[in-house]
Design a binder for this molecule. Structure first.
Ligand code: URA
Length: 210
């Protein structure tokens, strides 16, 4: 069972995160680093996937070899920045089913507004990994998890790159059953809802928008 919060301190994760934080890192490098880091984080969040064995034949003999058990897991990207994490995780778990939750943050109230929701069938029997690089206020993350639970999901994990203490507290209050895996818990949220020290707007940095 994963703890409610896991901070992945692995040196490769921390080094790549520092490169991503630097303001002069190019869009191309940012995207590549996000892809790499997402795979390292995915490694952690999938640590306790159920396993079974399958009878196989190596060139030398037969053996009962370990394979993943159960229905294919579902990755759910919280648009739009979630897509940056999704790509890397999908490379690692190519048979995963994929869903999207479209939420944007009202710039004044900082409250989430839903504009899209499409998820795989049978969520109740799948491990669902929701991905969003920035756990800031936690409002949109908590709202996305509400929607996933309404759609039947019972076993949900949340994967992010950076988290603010405020976002973690919000998720813990709203969804204590949803473990969070992140590369860092930063200091605080500023008045505009940005994580400090953070890395700026993750969507803008990965897509080259402003
Ligand atoms: N979303 C971002 O992209 N960056 C932040 O710092 C907070 C929310």
């Amino acid at each position: 069972m994963l703890d409610h919060l896991t901070v992945v301190k692995h040196p490769l994760v921390q080094h790549k995160l520092t490169l991503m934080r630097e303001k002069d890192t190019s869009t191309a490098s940012f995207r590549q680093l996000l892809r790499e880091i997402s795979q390292l984080l995915a490694f952690e969040i999938t640590r306790e996937l159920p396993m079974t064995t399958k009878r196989i034949e190596t060139p030398l003999c037969e053996m009962d070899a370990p394979v993943l058990d159960g229905p294919k897991l579902a990755l759910v990207s919280i648009l739009r920045a979630g897509n940056g994490l999704l790509d890397g995780v999908l490379e690692l778990i190519p048979s995963a089913r994929v869903g999207f939750v479209g939420l944007y943050r009202d710039e004044e109230t900082l409250e989430p507004v839903q504009y899209y929701f499409k998820v795989p069938d049978g969520l109740e029997n799948r491990l669902v990994i929701a991905v969003d690089p920035m756990l800031a206020t936690g409002n949109s993350s908590a709202a996305a998890v509400d929607l996933l639970k309404d759609a039947g999901a019972r076993d949900i994990r949340f994967l992010c790159l950076l988290a603010a203490p405020e976002g973690i507290a919000r998720m813990k209050e709203a969804h204590p059953d949803v473990p969070i895996v992140t590369a860092s818990v930063d200091d605080y949220l500023n008045d505009s809802g940005y994580i400090v020290p953070g890395l700026g707007d993750a969507g803008d940095r990965m897509f080259g928008t402003k």
